[in-house]
Design a protein around this ligand. Structure first.
Ligand SMILES: Cc1cc2nc3c(=O)[nH]c(=O)nc-3n(C[C@H](O)[C@H](O)[C@H](O)COP(=O)(O)OP(=O)(O)OC[C@H]3O[C@@H](n4cnc5c(N)ncnc54)[C@H](O)[C@@H]3O)c2cc1C
Length: 546
């Protein structure tokens, strides 16, 4: 019997997928970007794709997760320090994302929406970055999104934008007004209630022009941010505040981190439990309007959750396909085994649709300031897209892992990290049920606008198998007096319909196949548990990783 020696070369073990251009190797992404106005940015996106697809960036992602952040609550003499130390690889990832403008490129220097295809182009970059490392994207997404809420105080926004809007990453622990760049986090969730923030007990008292805040937050991620948007109870009710790490006099603010969460995934990112002891803060928006103010931030972080989850799925597909094309089992490449072909083809269809759908949503974000129809699309579809894409990702990544077999389950590959990362996008920024309730809320607030969106989707998906029936079902299900009970199914159908319409909008050859297998005919609970035409499947796979 042959004995395996250390010097024996491993055969039939595909090499890792690295040093690829994440943009050029993804025609579905390039076509969706072009269809939604970003065609002229193809060279810039390819440059980004080459950098983020490099072995060096993959290594940064690995190191940042293998060496999670450490809380330094006190110094050696027992003085409070409240700093978090990150591995250098984390800082390098942050610097690269900042240089590409992922934290600010959708805003003008004044903090207004940049328009054109700024959302679409940034989303394409965010989608690619998520394929490499998602933990550091938490402060990146929060910083970008905070600008939406800062609109409530144009004077404060005017002070912050010249620092926030630079492409520099400045990790120094100093007042933000003395820095080259800054990041902003968010503190809403308390022990007794995350979804129901009205139960927040953290108190805000007036202190001259400012406020002092006392209380706790059970989750506050990226604690080394330079400032946080925080909800607290003021005399007039739940109110939004900007709380900086330093007071105006330059002393360290009373923001005391208790511990960092020991999380399933998202390990490169720190998520703290924190106590405020009369911490200095400035009001953002009116007293009592805290939810209305911070929701402008949350709408943008929800959008990013969907983009990141679509990126994670894309990465899972690319790694699975790469492996299956090179690994030989029973004298044939795995990718040529009929059942594996069905699994991969079905997964490729899911990713193509998810990609088209998130970019369609980002197009609505680009157009919303000047187009009421697109604003209505954005309002109704953001929670539906977050719901469907973020909740699809964990099962998808498990399937991708299984395509790689035992190696998929081992930490050296990126699939294990993606798999552990995936659920958080569904949980934070409003969990699954909360997204479905938000669709119902949009409908209750402005039924005419919401049904206008459904009509628009019906027109864009016209003639696709099952589309007309889906429209009728969604309209009926959302109108029912007990709509909450069946909301998950209705919202899922809404997202599937929107995905089919988005595939049509990007002129994908697979819109009918997607509608056939997701809207018209029953689909099993597993990938590949559906009858796909073999030629269409091969076309899908050829496009998925040319
Ligand atoms: C890694 C990580 C980092 C985080 N970082 C931050 C941060 O930086 N800042 C911050 O403020 N928060 C943060 N959070 C908190 C996160 O946003 C909340 O955990 C999330 O919003 C859910 O709130 P909860 O944990 O209190 O759960 P709950 O509100 O108790 O919800 C539990 C479940 O009940 C469901 N549910 C709630 N209401 C209803 C209803 N009416 N009908 C049916 N179902 C319902 C929810 O969908 C959820 O599935 C973070 C969480 C994680 C995991």
């Amino acid at each position: 019997m042959p004995i395996l020696r250390e010097t024996d070369e491993a055969f039939n073990q595909p090499p890792p997928l690295e040093d690829t251009d994440l943009f050029a190797s993804d025609p579905s992404l390039a076509e969706a970007v072009a269809a939604f106005g970003g065609k002229v940015h193809a060279a810039e996106l390819s440059e980004f794709g080459r950098l983020w697809g490099s072995r060096a960036m993959a290594e940064r992602g690995r190191l940042a997760n293998d060496n999670p952040p450490k809380l330094k609550a006190f110094d050696a003499r027992g003085n409070r320090r409240d700093e978090v130390e990150f591995h250098p690889a984390y800082h390098e990832l942050m610097a690269h994302s900042a240089r590409a403008g992922l934290h600010c490129s959708t805003w003008t220097a004044a903090g207004e929406p940049a328009g054109d295809a700024a959302e679409v182009v940034r989303a394409a970059k965010f989608f690619m970055a998520a394929q490499v490392e998602t933990g550091h994207l938490c402060p990146i997404t929060m910083t970008r999104a905070a600008v939406g809420a800062l609109a409530a105080d144009p004077a404060l926004r005017a002070q912050i934008m010249p620092v926030l809007g630079t492409r520099s990453y400045d990790p120094s622990f100093a007042p933000w007004w003395n820095k080259r760049g800054m990041t902003i986090g968010m503190g809403m969730t308390e022990r007794q209630g995350g979804t129901d923030v009205r139960t927040n007990t953290t108190r805000a008292e007036r202190d001259g022009e400012a406020y002092v805040i006392t209380g706790q937050k059970w989750f506050m991620s990226a604690p080394m941010c330079d400032a946080f948007l925080v909800l607290a109870q003021a005399v007039g009710g739940l109110t939004c505040f900007v709380m900086s790490r330093f007071r105006p006099d330059g002393s360290v603010n009373a923001i005391h981190f208790q511990r960092l969460k020991d999380k399933v995934g998202n390990r490169s990112n720190a998520s703290s439990e924190v106590v405020f002891e009369r911490a200095h803060a400035l009001r953002l928006g009116e007293e009592g309007r805290g939810i209305a103010t911070i929701i402008r931030m949350v709408a943008l972080t929800r959008q990013d959750c969907a983009i990141a989850s679509a990126g994670l799925m894309r990465s899972g597909l690319a790694h699975a396909l790469h492996h299956a094309r090179l690994r030989i089992v029973f004298q044939k490449h795995l990718a040529d085994q009929p059942m594996m072909e069905s699994v991969l083809g079905d997964m490729a269809l899911q990713v193509e649709a998810s990609t088209a759908l998130v970019l369609r949503l980002c197009h609505a974000f680009d157009r919303a300031p000047v187009d009421g129809g697109e604003a209505a699309y954005m309002r109704l579809l953001t929670p539906a897209v977050k719901y469907w894409i973020c909740k699809s990702a964990p099962a998808f990544l498990f399937e991708a892992m299984e395509c790689i077999g035992g190696n998929g389950y081992v930490e050296e590959g990126i699939l294990a990290r993606h798999y552990r990362e995936a659920p958080v996008n569904a949980i934070w920024e409003g969990s699954g049920n909360v997204m479905c309730l938000d669709v119902l809320r949009a409908l209750a607030r402005d039924a005419e606008a919401a049904y206008g969106v459904l009509k628009q989707l019906a027109a864009q998906a016209e003639g696709l198998p099952g589309a007309a029936e889906a429209v009728a079902f969604i309209a009926g299900a959302l109108r029912r007096p007990d709509a909450e009970r069946g909301a998950r199914f209705a919202v899922e159908r809404l997202a599937l319909l929107a995905a089919a319409a988005a595939l049509n909008a990007v002129h994908s050859p697979h819109a009918a196949l997607f509608a056939q297998t997701r809207l018209a005919q029953p689909h099993g609970t597993m990938y590949g548990a559906v009858d796909l035409d073999p030629d269409a499947m091969r076309g899908l796979l050829a496009r998925a990783l040319p």
